[in-house]
Design a protein around this ligand. Structure first.
Ligand SMILES: [Mn+2]
Length: 432
């Protein structure tokens, strides 16, 4: 396995050399522009270097819809090959050094071997993701009518034990967070007693929370609909907040951008969760209609910027309990997942740096004076600044690629992997 193809630093440097002069020119121009505002561009480069967003293990396989899946060539066939792809992404963008595992899809035979394999490739493990939204082979009780909130005690117990197993495994590979998303809910009015289902969910979560190691955090993910179409148990940020508050100080809310009603003001939700110390982190993606799991920033980059505007505001104000975990959660149905994940990671960095550029004093004054248009213009001034030279320089200085997409394509990684990895049926990839 160690002889498998990797994108070498020398190759990246070679590709970078072709673009270094152009980048230096663009960088210098932007540096001058920022200097007019007494801003030192190098500070933003350092900030860009500091931002990390985790990649989901399931994201490197081609996704699909309930209609079909159109597999790519050279798809990873097991967790080790998934990690190879995650390492390729990080070697080019240098902001995705952590991988979020999905259990049981990625359950390793030897956690130690897995940890070493990752570490040799500069990777660590982010939050563990449990799965009680589908039945696994040989499983005693079905989750057809719910898991942690199921009416039957034995089914709930099975779901609790699965989450505990995820924690146990996570401890062995250096993770320190558990993300819980359940598909529990109902499809018909009257099918479920809202209050009883939520009570049962909370009781189950309390049992998991009780076993959470001291230095771990628990992330609760809400979702308005799907797979349940009439009601879901953790339907929205309000329910999520109540659950996190009920459980205790190690429980936080996780915001998946696609898990809200269309047009909901997500940046305001983020602000609310920040204000009350319960923002745990994000699953970044984009959407137009529902939980589309499209690439981050591909449809609504301004929304992504506005979310980061809230995050930067919290960062600058040093608010308590503020250390959100960032992860991409997308389904790549028609693109090469490696390309999508690289560019999505870049979009997250872009939104962050743009938000750092907001003139906060000017914004504060505009808000104080009721100057709505000046407030918007202040935000737009930051949003329309092309920060690409900052992002490219941050990548270059970290050993990554000035142009991740072109460099990746020039490496022929996918074609080489197609030969290394003959196709196999049944690769796990999905929407969570
Ligand atoms: Mn998610």
């Amino acid at each position: 396995m160690s002889n498998n193809f990797e994108i070498e630093p020398d190759f990246i440097a070679e590709q970078n050399a072709k673009k270094a002069d152009e980048l230096a020119e663009d960088f210098e121009y932007l540096a001058k522009k920022l200097k007019r505002r007494n801003l030192d561009i190098q500070n933003f480069v350092e900030k860009a270097k500091s931002l990390q967003v985790a990649v989901p293990s399931w994201g490197v396989g081609t996704g699909g819809t309930r209609f079909a899946r159109f597999p790519n060539v050279g798809e990873p066939r097991n967790i080790y090959e998934k990690l190879e792809d995650c390492a390729a992404i990080n070697s080019l963008v240098r902001s995705t050094s952590a991988v979020s595992l999905h259990i049981p899809w990625d359950k390793p035979e030897s956690p130690e071997t897995l940890k070493n394999f990752a570490s040799e490739r500069g990777l660590t493990f982010d939050a563990m993701n449990s799965n009680t939204f589908q039945d696994q082979l040989g499983q005693e009780h079905s989750y057809k009518f719910g898991s942690l909130s199921h009416a039957d005690r034995d089914t709930r117990k099975q779901a609790i034990e699965h989450n505990l197993e995820c924690i146990e495994l996570g401890q062995k590979i250096g993770s320190n967070a558990l993300t819980v998303w359940v598909g529990d809910g109902s499809n018909f009015a009257g099918q479920s007693n809202f209050r009883h289902a939520f009570e049962r969910y909370l009781d189950s979560m309390r049992e998991i929370y009780a076993k959470l190691p001291d230095d771990w955090r628990m992330f609760i993910e809400h979702k308005m609909f799907e797979p349940a179409f009439y009601s879901t148990v953790i339907s929205d940020w309000g329910t999520n907040y109540i659950a996190a508050k009920e459980l205790g100080e190690k429980a936080f809310c996780l915001v998946d951008l696609g898990h809200h009603a269309p047009n909901v003001n997500i940046e305001q939700i983020v602000s609310r969760l920040i204000q009350f110390g319960k923002l745990g982190g994000f699953h970044f993606n984009d959407s137009k209609y529902g939980d589309d799991d499209l690439d981050t920033g591909s449809v609504k980059p301004f929304q992504l910027f506005l979310i980061f505007n809230e995050l930067v505001d919290a960062e600058l104000n040093g608010l308590p309990n503020f250390k959100p975990a960032y992860m991409l959660d997308q389904s790549h149905n028609v693109t090469d997942p490696i390309e999508s994940l690289m560019l999505s990671a870049v979009e997250v960095s872009r939104a962050y740096v743009q938000a750092l550029l907001v003139d906060r004093e000017k914004l504060f004054e505009a808000q104080k004076n009721g100057d709505a248009l000046l407030a918007l213009s202040t935000l737009k001034e930051a949003f329309t600044t092309d920060v690409s030279p900052i992002l490219a320089t941050a990548r270059q200085e970290s050993g990554g690629a000035i142009e991740p997409l072109n460099t990746y394509r020039a490496s022929s990684y996918r074609n080489i992997k197609a030969k290394e990895r003959p196709a196999k049926l049944g690769v796990s990839a999905g929407i969570v």
